[in-house]
Ligand binder design. Sequence first.
Ligand code: ADP
Ligand code: ADP
Length: 215
Amino acid sequence: MNIVIFGPPGAGKGTQSSFLINNYNLFQLSTGDLLREELKSGSSLAKEIEGLMNAGKLVSDEIINNLIEKKISDKKIQNQIIFDGFPRNLDQAKTLDSLLLKYNQKISVVLNLKVDYSILVKRISGRVSCSVCKKTFNEFFDPPTECEKSECKNRSLTRRSDDNEETVTKRLNTYDEQTLPILGHYNEMNLVKDVDAMQDISNVSEQISNIIRGL
Ligand code: ADP
Ligand code: ADP
């Protein structure tokens, strides 16, 4: 089972991906996380990527497609992938279709996390993550608790540099203009299942479990 988890910034894609990993033996492929790893190299490419991310713009398809093919071709996670934050435009969606074909896989479902945009600034401005295991919490909706792993004992809680109100507005514009049109593509393939992501975290997880049971 390969899943695309779809929705605007702050909808809960990462949070629900963690739920899926813990309950369905799946692996998360988050292009945002892969890019943030890349930033640590400090290379000139990393500087360019950082500039785009902080401006709420998309990083080039070429960079993304390279990251993606490495993962899709990895036999250890074949047919167990959650695509989080990818695809982000129609070209990426078509690249994903052809890569999956090439490596003999397919998308089982596109989970469409539906939220009112009015809630997103609060979700994003309250987002904090464990510096060690990267578990995400929310200062307003999901207050930080101890992490399960002992390595996290000396953790700090970190914020993403693009999680500010100004960048969020730009990220939402980018989402509307470039990412939303993908839904039409997946609707034609009859893959989209809507999820009411305005509900609390456990309720959203339950909706997702029900969808998976029905596949
Ligand atoms: P995305 O990956 O779509 O950008 P996240 O999963 O990181 O979103 O969630 C954004 C923030 O909102 C996080 O701080 C998370 O704890 C919180 N959050 C996620 N889902 C919900 C929910 N259903 N209700 C309230 N807060 C949520
Ligand atoms: P969110 O969880 O809030 O939607 P992500 O972590 O997925 O944010 O992405 C953060 C930033 O990384 C995006 O605003 C964009 O600049 C870049 N990015 C992530 N995934 C992609 C992608 N598939 N294509 C292009 N840019 C991407």
